[in-house]
Write a protein of this length. Structure first.
Length: 363
């Protein structure tokens, strides 16, 4: 590894722990003295299966998941889950409730509407996706198959700090961008999915955590790969899994465990996000965060400057300072710092210092 690593604020694929990259470098040619690389090994043979089940056990441990849940690693990213969830669980003559809080929940709702009837329980467009409903007030429709939300919207920098507690209706969540950044009561959810390329590893695998009680609701007439239950019957090995991605996830999970688990990640997230929000709020209006303070994301800090010209200068000068990924999402503009688990605290401190200096020069 060189000493010239950039400070990586990309929203995904995103930064990985340096220790994990070094381990990958050491073992990519020969895994665990097996005489071959893990990415050359059969997914039916012991080197892979041992690694695979160790990874599943780490997920269960770190998220405190009980035995009533199955864990899968599927392909297709979170985007495939936008259609898999309704294909499996949106029953005829019912609706699915969707909370539209930004880009990714909007895409999920759009895909679900092509499969069955949906009800927009909450539409954040009225506030330009800057706020969320009070989780204690959220109730599903009377004839709802499930209620769907995105726990953290990377584009708008908005996040649920707590979740609805539904008694009768299954709760489904896309946690792609904040999975394992904090403890979560998994028992509240019928289905959680997360593309791993933000907090858990490289692109290529999607973590799926599924309550076994949902199999009673399963649509039985789906093709094999689109059917959750078919994956659980094979231990998640219905087809060749994304081996490299899963291996890297295992190493990242070990890193998370060594750094305090979900509780340790929550402390890191609070420290890093507070540093940036304090810089924004203390700038006298030079930097502005458009998000309701009650729902500010600890993973994706979005902010704006007084003009687009200044924002372009900010990005250009940040690149000169060895920082990358600070452009806002192309659909909304502005600026965004993604500060996932693996991003060092020192890099966030460097960004805060840069922001203060940029304000001094341009403010």
């Amino acid at each position: 590894m060189t000493n010239n690593r950039k400070k990586n604020f990309f929203a995904g694929p995103s930064v990985l722990p340096i220790e994990v990259l070094q381990e990958l470098e050491r073992e990519i040619g020969e895994y665990n003295n097996e005489g071959l690389s893990i990415i050359e090994a059969s997914h039916r043979d012991q080197p892979f299966t041992d690694m695979y089940f160790e990874t599943l056990d780490l997920v269960k441990e770190l998220l405190n998941i009980n035995d009533n849940y199955d864990i899968l690693f599927l392909g297709g990213g979170a985007t495939l889950q936008f259609s898999m969830a309704p294909l499996n669980y949106l029953k005829p003559n019912t609706v699915a409730d969707y909370i539209k809080s930004g880009t990714w929940s909007n895409k999920a709702a759009s895909d679900a509407a092509k499969i069955g009837d949906i009800n927009i329980y909450f539409d954040g467009s009225e506030s330009n996706y800057s706020t969320l409903p009070d989780p204690k007030s959220v109730r599903a429709s009377e004839n709802s198959s499930y209620l769907y939300l995105c726990s953290n919207e990377t584009t708008g920098g908005i996040a649920w700090q707590d979740f609805p507690n539904l008694k009768e209706t299954p709760l489904i969540a896309d946690m792609s961008s904040d999975i394992l950044s904090r403890p979560v009561d998994v028992s509240k959810f019928a289905l959680i999915f997360a593309g791993v390329q933000k907090n858990l590893g490289p692109a290529g695998a999607t973590l799926v955590i599924l309550n076994k009680d949902m199999y009673e609701r399963q649509n039985k007439s789906l093709p094999t790969y689109l059917n959750y239950y078919s994956h659980t019957k094979t231990g998640g090995l219905t087809n060749t899994p994304p081996i490299f991605s899963i291996w890297t996830v295992k190493l990242v999970l070990q890193w998370i465990k060594a750094n305090g688990g979900a509780e340790g990640m929550a402390k890191r997230a609070s420290l890093k996000s507070t540093m940036l929000y304090d810089t924004i709020d203390g700038s006298g209006g030079f930097y502005i965060s458009p998000v309701d303070k009650r729902y500010r994301s600890k993973m994706n800090v979005v902010f704006k400057l007084p003009s687009e010209e200044l924002e372009k200068e900010f990005v250009a000068m940040s690149k000169e300072a060895n920082m990358v990924g600070l452009n806002g999402h192309r659909s909304v503009g502005g600026l965004r710092a993604s500060i996932y688990n693996s991003l060092p605290v020192e890099d966030v401190k460097a960004l805060s210092d840069f922001m203060n200096e940029f304000k001094r020069i341009k403010g």
